[in-house]
Design a protein around this ligand. Sequence first.
Ligand SMILES: [Zn+2]
Length: 586
Amino acid sequence: MNPARKDALLVSLMGIGLGLGACSEERETRPLEAPNILLITLDSVRADVLGAYGHRSRFRDASPSPRIDQLAREGLLIEQAHATSSWTLPSHVSIFTGHPELVHGVEQDGHEIHASLPLISETLKAEGYRTAGFYSGPYLDPAFGFGRGFDTYEARYGDDLRFAMEDLRRSQAALDEAEKRGKKGELYTALASHARAQQAVETASHRDRSSELVADALIEELNKPARGRPFFLFGHFFDPHYDYAPPEEFARTFDPDYSGDLDATDFIRNPAISHIRPGGRTRVVDERGLQHLWALYEAEVAWTDSQIGRVLDRLEKLGLAEDTLVIITSDHGDEFFEHGSIGHRSTLYEELVRVPLIVRYPRAFPPGSRIEQPLSSIEIAPTILLAAGTRVSGLSGVGLQAILGGRSPGPVFGRIVTTQETPLAVVDPPLSGARTRVLESFRKGRIKIFREISWIQPTEKTSDKLTIVIDDLRLDMLANEALNWTLLDASPDEKKLWQEFEHEEEAQALEDFRRAYQTFLGQRRSPGRVAVTGDVLSALSGLGYVEQEARIGALEGDDLVLYPPKLPPEEIRLRKSKIAPDVPPY
Ligand SMILES: [Zn+2]
């Protein structure tokens, strides 16, 4: 960086002051020429699979990510970057809005980003940027609110998946028609064909290979004449998401001597890998098999890395590398039985929330620089807006330029909401309720706090009978809360959790958690509802993604209190009934 410019940057940053990012305002000296911006999100890539984060492959002493590693050497690497959730939709909303899940409120299938939350694409377009985005996973669909502010925003799926999705749409239309006509025989035929089409979409999606198509689309955009306008390009690379089915030339690279017959197709349901049981998963695969699965995951990362390399090469060839802010990150990690499961969207342990965050823009970030302190992906939006010289106000995150200048970052906060049917009584027909589980995490230095609450509500189908068969006491027994913390350096696997918050460091972390929580709650938006045209949700359910929806109405407003670690039982009951007002009083 030019020393004079660095001084100017620091001076302007010093004037910003300290404090929580929320409700503050930042403005960098407006660059003479606004930089181009290239934002790349990888799907399901944990930080510790990349060479830039110190990883070497077990069977082949090499990094799976030479191009991303090179980018890290040329730019800034965040050593402890955290996604705000462990699944695609809420995590990407955080990247695009600069807010954690508790603020943006998009935490269930079918939620749409609130209209009052501007996306960086909208802000940049208003600033005169040419904007284009290309995605390859279903949760990036415009139905969820993505795509706002983009001149071009398109999916790039492989042929097999595109054809399967077209089939699914046709079968959905046939099913709708059969339902209208009401003839039983036709309905059964339509249902069966719809189920087959959903299965075909799921199979095709998990095996879909789209990195080359996304890279092609980005390169095509780069080749367009600038006409005096900077660009904002977004590319989402889905391939590292399971199934781990890399191209043949990559598949054997990271485990060349493997002689078994295990592969990672149908990864989540493959009985040679795990068995699904009520409330969890039983591991079947042995240690060597698991190492092979990891090697296939590395191969997917390597394949994606090579495609990103093509985009970076084009940037270089066009002479744009110096004038382009490049950001590479991921939306969440993937677990490999560290805590008893595989895939993602179930916990907030480090293997699921520690993601890469690498930024190259020599005008603002000295090559080879590092930030050690824990940060969040909510820092990405303000970093982009600061670099573009636009006004940054009201975001929960803090720009990396400001953090390098000494400003305190925002809280590192994670959240996941899940709902599933839970059996409540063995009668005929069996009765079940919807068990909602809210898991939250907060990182302060080496302390990580976990908070978990869960409760059961009658579902619409069972509510009448439920109140007869299940008394309040039983529902009370099925409600749970827990507040724990762990020391990441003493217990890196997060298996050892403490419940007391006795000493100064823990007590302070808990106090910070409460304060940040209250700040976020004050800004919380209710998500919109995705217009159910059948297409998107049908495709998602075909992909095996849609879960039953939580009664999110019960989660709004002041009812989301942060529990003190110890409460008298009466107090706990009172608060529980506040959280889930639809549950009969305890
Ligand atoms: Zn994802």
